[in-house]
Design a protein around this ligand. Structure first.
Ligand SMILES: Cc1cc2nc3c(=O)[nH]c(=O)nc-3n(C[C@H](O)[C@H](O)[C@H](O)COP(=O)(O)O)c2cc1C
Length: 181
């Protein structure tokens, strides 16, 4: 199965990106393929109009690339830091820009991260509602990564066994959930 992973922090020195890289490794190890969508690299303009309503000439190269990668993927994992009790503005921008063709009917996993101990639980709960808003299905089990900077290095290598088992538990639950669709 092809799974899109969205890494949605665009900050220099971002730490939630580590969780996105660790998830990519774990999904690839499970024998599935990943379309890795890094919003710091594939920058989107601030939301103006939905992709479906833009003319060919109004669509940016990155929008077209992201739309293709999302359409190819049977399932998606959103990775977001918690900012002010919510998801990153980059991820909200993505959710508003794309729509039914890219998201509707798909299983979507939620992974949040923070340098605090709660791991972005408020962002995670809101993201489940946002996923319903785009007509997709949020996985009930979420991955909340507290003290994210201590759990993985900058390449997404897991630094402790307790976190490794939490990560693998989430991935196996996500793959089981996605296989039902
Ligand atoms: C604008 C902003 C708001 C933040 N708000 C929260 C918050 O509400 N809860 C929390 O646990 N951490 C919060 N943090 C800290 C982040 O958890 C921390 O920056 C973490 O490294 C994840 O974000 P990153 O991927 O951009 O590094 C905030 C950070 C920023 C930059």
């Amino acid at each position: 199965m092809n799974i899109a992973i969205i890494s949605s922090s665009t900050r220099p020195g971002r730490t939630s990106h580590r969780a996105a890289l660790a998830l990519k490794k774990a999904i690839e190890t499970s024998g599935n393929t990943v379309n890795f969508i890094d919003l710091k690299v594939l920058e989107l303009p601030l939301f103006g109009e939905r992709f479906a309503f833009l003319t060919e000439s109004e669509r940016t190269e990155n929008m077209i690339k992201i739309a293709e990668m999302l359409q190819q993927s049977k399932a998606i994992i959103f990775v977001t830091p918690e900012y002010n009790g919510s998801i990153s503005s980059g991820l909200k921008n993505l959710l508003d820009t794309f729509g039914k063709a890219e998201f509707a009917g798909k299983p979507i996993g939620v992974a949040t991260a923070s340098t605090g101990i709660l791991g972005g639980i408020r962002a995670a709960q809101q993201l489940q509602v946002n996923i319903l808003g785009v007509g997709a299905y949020p996985q009930p089990q979420m991955l909340t990564v507290g003290e994210v900077d201590k759990q993985m290095d900058t390449e997404g290598e897991v630094l402790n066994t307790a976190f490794e088992s939490k990560l693998n538990g989430f991935v196996s639950s996500f793959l089981g959930f996605a296989a039902k669709f």
